[in-house]
Design a protein around this ligand. Structure first.
Ligand code: PMP
Length: 347
């Protein structure tokens, strides 16, 4: 990112030129007693009304919790929506590409294919650290974004902030840092660096530490310019009324989320220590997330055995650099005992 960073140079021309849909709820703000502008039913309040398209109350609450101005927050139907919007806003189908670390979260690649955008994978080093030089070497004049995941799914480790900053400085495009598992990490969030880097886009989610995967709420934090572009392209009412209400209530319960997180972290240590004792386990990899990647003597065999005993883990043994590996989510202490005891019985 050079001193004269110009976001418009990165945006698809049709998106720059786009006249966005203006819904009824965009056009009138204020108090009224008769709403006849949106062809809604007059019955079944409050569900008869379309929700706030920009989710301003949720963003105001989130702004206080996250320390990011409201205008620098985008809310989506899960962070999966935010991932897709990176492509739809910046990447010209059939021409542009993105660079991403591998292995990492599968939706970056799936969304690239859906949008007909080339996906340039750069392997992590054998210890799962980021190879910044290789990432930069993979960049071409048509690279619009770099995808980073920290802590990374499925490896579990967080990326060194200094390495992310090198990419933010040396790459003249968007650097996405997906912090879906950031609440479980001791490393600081990159959202505090938004003012330093106009090309930074940080993603987080309610699906992990906030215990709310079912409500579908993802966040993107970036410059107002980037957030405005996302708002221009998203579906008008992408976050429904029930989710917005739920989020407002749930954001009052930060202490509960923190308590869940510390219990999960304590359980994570206990789970790892127990797994390390098992002859079926070759090694566990260092993790900053609510899961642990475990190298086993026989991933398929153990996966099937666990499945037959009603325990489902994620078999990652066919993913690059994860030969023999299962990814195990940290559950309750009973759930963790169940998986430990079942693996112990295997073989
Ligand atoms: N990013 C990462 C790294 C993930 O692992 C996941 C889901 N497993 C997501 C994003 C998607 O999260 P959401 O539920 O917010 O769509």
């Amino acid at each position: 990112m050079k001193a004269s960073f110009d976001i418009t140079r990165l945006v698809r021309p049709n998106i720059l030129a786009l006249e966005p849909y203006s819904c009824a709820r965009n056009e009138f703000h204020g108090q009224a007693s008769v709403w006849l502008d949106a062809n809604e039913s007059p019955y079944n309040a409050p569900y008869n009304r379309y929700p706030d398209p920009l989710q301003l109350r949720v963003k105001a609450a989130l702004s206080r919790v996250k320390g990011v101005p409201s205008e620098c927050i985008f809310l989506g139907n899960g962070s999966d929506e935010c991932i897709d919007l990176v492509y739809r806003v910046f990447c010209e189908p059939g021409r542009d590409n993105v660079v991403a670390m591998a292995p990492s979260y599968g939706m970056y690649e799936v969304c690239a294919h859906i949008n007909d955008v080339a996906y340039r994978k750069v392997p992590l080093r054998d210890d799962y650290t980021l190879d910044v030089d290789a990432m930069l070497a993979a960049v071409t004049p048509s690279t619009k974004a770099i995808f980073l995941c920290s802590p990374n799914n499925p490896t579990g480790n967080a990326i060194d902030v200094a390495l992310i900053e090198r990419l933010l400085i040396d790459f003249d495009g968007i650097v996405v840092v997906d912090e879906a598992y950031g609440d479980f990490s001791s490393k600081p969030s990159m959202r505090f660096k938004l003012r330093d880097y106009p090309n930074l886009l940080v993603m987080q989610t309610f699906s992990k530490a906030w215990g709310s995967a079912g409500v579908r709420l993802g966040m993107a934090f970036a410059s107002k310019q980037i957030i405005d572009l996302f708002n221009k392209v998203k579906y008008p009412y992408n976050v429904n009324l029930l989710t917005q209400r739920y989020a407002l209530e749930h954001l009052e319960k930060i202490e509960q989320t923190k308590a869940w997180t510390s219990t999960i972290l304590a359980e994570r240590s206990r789970l790892i220590a127990a797994l390390e004792q098992l002859p079926q386990v070759v090694t566990t990899y260092p993790t900053d997330a609510n899961f642990v990647l475990v190298k086993t003597i026989d991933a398929d065999g153990i996966y099937n055995y666990l499945r037959d005993h009603g325990i489902i883990v994620r078999n990652r043994s066919r993913v690059e650099k994860c030969l023999g590996c299962l990814r195990i989510t940290v559950g309750t202490s009973q759930e963790n005992d169940a998986v430990i005891n079942a693996i112990k019985q295997y073989g």
